[in-house]
Design a protein around this ligand. Sequence first.
Ligand code: ZN
Ligand code: ZN
Ligand code: ZN
Ligand code: ZN
Length: 376
Amino acid sequence: MSSLEERDVGVAAAPGSSSAGLGVGAVGAAVEAVAGVAAMQEEVGIRREGPEPDPDEPPKKRVKMPEGESGKLEERLYSVLCCTVCLDLPKASVYQCTNGHLMCAGCFIHLLADSRLKEEQATCPNCRCEISKNLCCRNLAVEKAVSELPTECTFCLKQFPRSSLERHQKEECQDRVTQCKYKRIGCPWQGPFHELPAHESECSHPTKTGTELMGILGEMDQNHRRDMQLYNSIFSLLCYEKIGFTEVQFRPYRTDDFITRLYYETPRFTVLNQTWVLKARVNDSERNPNLSCKRTLSFQLILKSKVNSALECSFLLLKGPYDDVRIKPVIHHHSFSNDANETDYVPLPISDSVECNKLLAAKNINLRLFIFQVQK
Ligand SMILES: [Zn+2]
Ligand SMILES: [Zn+2]
Ligand SMILES: [Zn+2]
Ligand SMILES: [Zn+2]
């Protein structure tokens, strides 16, 4: 038996249901889950009352149970509905392979990104069937079932259905972390919600003198100005005479080294009447990026045209119009000339490895490039 039957309680335990459930999607999986639970309960019964099994008999298929077979229904459902990769209960979307194995969105995207890095077809870790965005579908019944399972509030440690936890933690929990209403004039206090009235009644900030407050406000203004710097520089760039932008598509390639490495390159494109190319690499061309969980992308802008005089440019990569990836805008500068026609590799400012995997999981990476030419 492959490991899949041992692990997948729902499918393996319900006799005859495994093939019937195929392709039926959400309903099928839900039926299987229920059948699995029933079968598990049955099995527990059999074990209690039945005779000791003959040691010479071929081993009967056993349902793998979490500790405490007599555990509560919720605990048993946990093992039925968990992601087959990370074994956690999925927090958002749940995907399934064509054989019904469940994967949380993070693991699913990670598998797709890994296969792209290894240049292999992605497969389900349980049954090795091919997986892709087209081959796999979401399983809404599992998503809804998970949202009904109880979970613990991180503040008060009481149990709530997952679906109502967010509201409880944000608005209702008496222990949720709150900030003093005088934060705006510099009070750093934060603590559990139920202590807030007591703090606010004795908070020293409203009685501070104007001079004291001016000092605090000055410091806060400075932080704010730092945040605004990026926006201001974007606005001043927008006033330049020559601004060009285009959608760019990074396509995956392999180096011809002995051990090939993955890199990305765009076809040539024209912005501001010049021909350009963008290149990108994963984890700064680390040999085996698929082995590390931390994923980064860096990129380089290359001027392909010959120029008579140096081309002073600011440039900026942002998410494309149809892609859903979070990129923090960072403006870079370079003076392009025939001798210095390439920028250094600069990091693509993606918030984290999860976002990076989203880009890597897709065949091509689509972004938008802005080039601002500094007029002398
Ligand atoms: Zn997972
Ligand atoms: Zn599978
Ligand atoms: Zn709570
Ligand atoms: Zn306060």
